[in-house]
Design a protein. Structure first.
Ligand code: PMP
Length: 342
């Protein structure tokens, strides 16, 4: 979540170590509930929904786990799991709008492919994972939400070689309404340059949405956040622009849309959707190698991803941009596509 937060009212009555205060964020008022040691517990979204910020293992609800719907709190794995020790885990991040998962099929095909790229076969088919996701949404009463399927190697073998390990799959889902009006989002976010680089395809299975590849993303995002930025732009092993830590990047130069060729990072489902929308609208979309110096003659920049949708960028390191007409056009087109009633 980005933007300047101004505290406009704080409840001085401290009950059970919890404070309530109200903030104005992008000209709207939101209510927050925070513990005395600073943990955010609850907040109210712009459309008035009460949301919980409890840790993910301390919530009520249901999770699909290896073919069954179980209680959220019982969805545990053993500390001796190969996925935890050796990073043999892949996942997806999906959004549901108006009760329907956007590009569900593509996400589940990618989940299975991601596992294959790590050398394992998902025990469930795309259709079975589709069904499981629908069950999870229903069990948790989710209309607008985020879904997190994950597949990992289990506990049968605790060594580098884990040929006979069982593959587990779980799917969780939680509410995720849209927070910001297009006007607010058009203010744009700020990125720093990451120190870590996306690896060569000969170094890692770069087309897999593999948990291990997020190690450098988390390091990069943390470093950027510590300096007050929202996210980091990662270059690749050649020094070319690659992507943000969890989203793809697009540049507008003289009315044309340029985006790096996805040869060492995820070719995002949102990226492909936005390229399709841009082409339909008659824009030229050029996929090519882009060096960071080109940001000096770039007018607009935006990110795409399931979570960030189309998010304008106003700064990358020393380079400044003004989110303009093309970004706005695509942001609105994407909003309309994902939110259109089925
Ligand atoms: N790159 C990375 C590293 C990501 O984590 C994501 C989010 N899945 C993306 C790109 C965008 O992918 P998608 O549009 O499929 O969400």
């Amino acid at each position: 979540m980005t933007g300047e937060i101004e505290i406009i009212y704080q409840n001085n009555l401290q009950t059970e170590n919890i404070f309530t205060f109200y903030c104005s964020l992008f000209d709207r008022v939101i209510k927050w509930t925070v513990t005395v040691d600073g943990d955010l517990r609850h907040y109210t979204t712009l459309d008035g929904k009460a949301m919980t910020m409890l840790p993910f293992d301390d919530r009520d609800g249901f999770i699909w786990h290896d073919g069954e719907i179980i209680s959220w709190r019982d969805a545990k794995l053993h500390v001796l799991s190969h996925g935890l020790h050796y990073g043999s885990s892949v996942f997806e991040g999906e959004r549901a709008y108006n009760g329907k998962i956007f590009k569900m099929r593509e996400h589940h095909e990618r989940l299975i492919r991601s596992g294959e790229l790590l050398g394992f076969k998902n025990p469930y088919s795309v259709a079975e994972i589709d069904e499981a996701c629908k069950m999870v949404m229903e069990a948790n009463n989710i209309v607008d939400g985020y879904l997190r399927p994950v597949a990992w190697r289990g506990s049968e073998m605790m060594a580098v070689s884990a040929q006979r390990s069982k593959i587990h799959v779980a799917i969780a889902a939680w509410e995720w309404p849209s927070y910001f009006s297009p006007e607010a989002r058009l203010e744009g976010i700020r990125l720093d340059f990451a120190e870590w680089r996306r690896p060569d395809p000969a170094t890692a299975p770069v087309n897999s949405k593999a948990a291990g590849l997020y190690m450098i993303a988390t390091l990069s995002k943390h470093a950027a956040e510590e300096k007050g930025y929202n996210d980091a732009l990662m270059l690749d092993y050649r020094g070319q622009i690659a992507e943000a830590t969890g989203a793809n990047v697009f540049l507008i130069q003289d009315g044309k849309i340029h985006t790096p060729t996805p040869d060492c990072f995820l070719d995002g489902i949102t990226r492909r959707t936005v390229i399709g929308l841009a082409k339909e609208k008659g824009y030229d979309v050029i996929e090519r190698a882009i060096m960071p110096e080109e940001l000096a003659h770039t007018q607009e920049v935006f990110l795409t991803g399931t979570a960030v949708e189309v998010t304008p960028v106003r700064e990358i390191g020393e380079y400044k941009f003004t989110p303009g007409e093309i970004t706005k056009d695509l942001l609105l087109a994407y909003d309309e596509l994902v939110r259109k009633p089925s």
